[in-house]
Write a protein that binds this ligand. Sequence first.
Ligand SMILES: Cc1ncc(COP(=O)(O)O)c(C=O)c1O
Length: 357
Amino acid sequence: MHLDLARSGAPARSVRDLLDLAEPGDVQEYFDMSLDYGPGIGTERLRAAISTYTGASPAEVVVTHGAVEALLLACGTAIGERQVVAVATPAYEGMCLAVEAMGGIAQSVPVWKPGSGCLDLGALCELDLAAYAAVMVNSPHNPTGLQADVAELEHLADCCARAGAALIVDEVSMGTLDSGAVSFGTSRAAESQAVMLIGDVSKAFGLGGLRVGWCATTCPKQRQRLATLRDVTSLGNSAPSQHLAALALENRSHLSVSEMARANLGRLDAWMGSRPGSSWTSPTDGLVAFPGLALPVSSLAFAERLLANHRVSVAPGGFFGHDRHLRVGLGLPPDVFAEGLAQLAEALGEAMCGADR
Ligand SMILES: Cc1ncc(COP(=O)(O)O)c(C=O)c1O
């Protein structure tokens, strides 16, 4: 059996899982729904559900094809005369790729280094932001699982607003490990027209296949530009996907994975404690952890051998510019996660004595 510790979201759900949560009238509505084109910004019901989840008002929300399209559209609206986007790194690869796809220049600004227990946004505030189209921050952070300090993020939003730059905040894994976490959309800075808030139902609810995400902003001009650009990317989301995504958000208390993620984190914490030469910053939210390990080979070579010899996938730290690290997903049933860690320990032992080739 293949054990996918490389995933960054919750275990996948089925249509049945979601329809089981629905009222009978809802199931009927699902079967009877028109498959004609719908509103480009998303259905009213889904935008209302996103509003209760993020604090953004329904009118501020544009539904997109996953967070990846939201990132693309946010970059597209921000990049114009100013082309440089500062990306807080290490980061999910799609962030830099979205900037480049929209004709911008992605400038990496490190906000984390191995051993650090926080994201340091100071370097972003110190940039000459008047020269930047946007700043992009991901919190909870992929790959470390750290959360940006809200006051620091608010200060960054103020700096961006003063300089006429956008602040794109990707919070796709919000509330998955820390069940009390709230969206940046509920913060003081959420009113700022500089802020563009990005989320999805992929990570927290295991619904990556629905391809539902969003971008929310209080700035009417940005929203108009988002909607216009959206007309030539995907035009709109499918009605069944939006219906199911709304059901998931409306019933999110039944879909929480934080207990499972915390159990897996406890196991990983104990496992790390028993590994000589390892370093460890425990994640605070999100469904990934980024342990530093004394790997005798590159993280990519190790990950390839782990897959070939043990059928376990992890994301190599080298993908994030930090070799000697592996990104491990916490969104798996605890017995599967435990087996994955056991295999990982075996593979590390083999790599140490060169017996894995
Ligand atoms: C930080 C981050 N943002 C955005 C995405 C894109 O997610 P999706 O397009 O499925 O919503 C991912 C996917 O891994 C991610 O890790």
